[in-house]
Design a protein around this ligand. Structure first.
Ligand code: ZN
Ligand code: ZN
Length: 269
């Protein structure tokens, strides 16, 4: 099991199970030393099965802060969020950016409750998705990009649009020294399926990691965990790693994301 994981959910998002404390205990038992909570950000419109309700945000902050003290001698806990880049929600997002230890960018749709990655994007929408990631990075809003290839869930298969998007994401990573995630969540959990380029996991997708390897982009492995029991298995980590077999990836094992986040936060506007 990984010693460090920055991508951890709680049941507040509506599609995760277990108490916050169960995640902490399971992580300790699995040998995790640094655990970052990054539940799906709360925005002003409720979306019960996708993200935290905004009324629960304070409870999330206080619960993780309490556990941080309680288990301080066994594990280092940090408080973050997985946010989208939405200009319409900038006030809320700015508050999260300033108050939390770190932010991971998980761009699941193009605007709040807009077209999402689980339905096929057009080429224009793929590039809009990449543009949003670039804006978030350029404003120092986030500290790593979660599942940069997540739109491949709904997209028919690897084509020229995808190849261009992968190359652009690698360029963004280099330009802003922004870690990209190798995600071990739903994309691998549900197994390989048929796409126009053949049988593969929805994400991670190899073409992105070929670009990341070629340009020596920093890559962080993220469990994207929604169930404390999953700390007991390496199955999904191994599946994700199998996607980049043979590639010379610049993995940041045990990276101190919070120190990097402190620097980015000073530049955040
Ligand atoms: Zn989730
Ligand atoms: Zn996530």
């Amino acid at each position: 099991m990984l010693k460090t994981n920055w991508h951890t959910h709680t049941k507040r998002c509506g599609h995760a199970v277990g108490t916050d404390e169960e995640y902490v205990i399971a992580a300790i038992q699995a040998g995790v030393r640094t655990l970052g909570f990054s539940d799906h950000a709360a925005y002003h419109t409720p979306r019960p099965r996708s993200r935290m309700n905004i009324e629960l945000a304070d409870d999330y902050f206080s619960s993780i802060s309490f556990l941080k003290e309680k288990y301080a001698d066994q594990i280092t806990l940090y408080l973050g969020m997985e946010c989208e880049y939405y200009e319409s929600e900038w006030e809320t997002l700015s508050r999260y950016r300033k108050e939390l230890d770190y932010i991971i960018l998980g761009q699941h749709d193009l605007w709040l409750d807009g077209p999402d990655v689980y339905h096929p994007f057009s080429s224009e929408q793929v590039f809009e998705y990449v543009d949003l990631i670039e804006k978030a990075c350029s404003r120092n809003f986030c500290d790593y990009v979660a599942h940069p290839d997540v739109f491949m869930w709904g997209y028919p298969g690897v084509d020229d649009t995808v190849r261009t998007a992968a190359a652009r994401l690698a360029d963004i990573s280099v330009k802003y020294d922004m870690p990209m995630e190798l995600n071990c969540g739903s994309g691998v959990k549900y197994g390989a399926r048929e796409y126009t380029d053949g049988m593969r996991y929805a994400y991670p997708v190899r073409i992105f990691f070929e670009e990341f390897a070629k340009k020596h982009c920093p890559v962080i492995v993220g469990l994207d965990i929604h169930d404390p029991k999953l700390f007991q298995t390496d199955e999904y980590v191994n599946r994700a790693l199998s996607v980049c077999e043979g590639l010379d990836i610049n993995f940041l094992w045990d990276y101190d994301l919070v120190t990097a986040a402190k620097k980015r936060k000073q530049l955040f506007r």
